[in-house]
Design a protein around this ligand. Structure first.
Ligand code: DGP
Length: 114
């Protein structure tokens, strides 16, 4: 059983501001938000990072994106726009070894990212 912080949030061993949950995914507010809306969407399945997802995980990966889009509509950032980010590895700044999709919105963002 994984003991990283997101695995503990999924098991409800530590609190989080949960905004969405179904049988395959959980979404909660980032504890250190980088935008007015910053929500993390995670699979309940233990997948450390996107590079470790298997072909059998493809429906689950797609589900995380449709959940992100649904949350964006509920949070009122669908019209103004938002960014969906997955960090993998040191150069991208991955810090938690459980796959997570960042949903960021509520302000204009630069491109390319820093
Ligand atoms: P990443 O850098 O892509 O691995 O993003 C990890 C994010 O997780 C980062 O934005 C901060 C957030 N985070 C870390 N610990 C916690 C926590 O205990 N609770 C919540 N809600 N977010 C956390």
């Amino acid at each position: 059983m994984a003991d990283n912080i997101f695995a503990k949030i999924i098991r409800k061993e530590i609190p989080a501001k949960i905004v969405y949950e179904d049988e395959r995914a959980l979404a909660f507010r980032d504890v250190d938000p980088k935008a007015p809306i910053h929500i993390l969407i995670v699979p309940k399945k233990d997948i450390a990072r996107v590079s470790e997802a298997k072909a059998e995980d493809e429906p689950l990966l797609g589900h995380l994106l449709t959940v992100a889009a649904e949350i964006a509509r509920k949070e009122g950032i669908d019209v103004t726009g938002y960014r969906v980010v997955i960090n993998k590895g040191a150069h991208a700044g991955e810090t938690v070894p459980h796959l997570h999709v960042h949903l960021l919105g509520g302000r204009p963002m630069n491109w390319p990212p820093g």
